[in-house]
Write a protein that binds this ligand. Sequence first.
Ligand code: HEC
Length: 150
Amino acid sequence: MAVFNSIIRFSIVKLSLLGVSVVFAGSLAAQSLDQQIAERLTPIGEVCLQGQACASGGAAPAQAAAATGEFSAEQIYTQNCAMCHATGVAGAPKYGDADAWSARITAKGFAMVVQNSITGINAMPAKGMCMTCTDENMAALVEYISGQAQ
Ligand code: HEC
């Protein structure tokens, strides 16, 4: 009888231990789920408006500059186009070569030349790889690079 009793007692202890561990595991799972949700809800970035103080200090001036978006044909030409158009790589019409540019613009029309610079033509990559340039920017660039107004 005593042996039987101790077996029962042992089983009860085991059962209650099991119960505790289930509850414990449950709360662990619940906690980590909460943490996961909290992590997922953490914003990746912040939007700061011009004139507002931003939590991540340094970002504000850069964003403000991007927002005003001063487009400079000279700057983009230097960054994106000069590598080919300064020296005439792969037959690129050279910057300031009035004859080469007027031949193209006369043959195709200004709008077509702008269109080709947007889509790319032969060895000329689309938008001269200036992916932030708008179509209007490209027209301004063609005026700049060809020295001819639309
Ligand atoms: C990787 C070299 C390369 C870069 C970078 C490049 N171009 Fe070109 N571009 C060319 C070549 C080559 C041609 C001549 C394509 C042809 O007519 O066969 C060309 C032609 C052009 C033409 C004449 C298109 C026509 O229809 O005749 C325009 C306009 C032009 N480029 C504008 C630009 C502008 C603006 C940029 C910079 C934003 C730029 N390109 C960057 C290589 C380049």
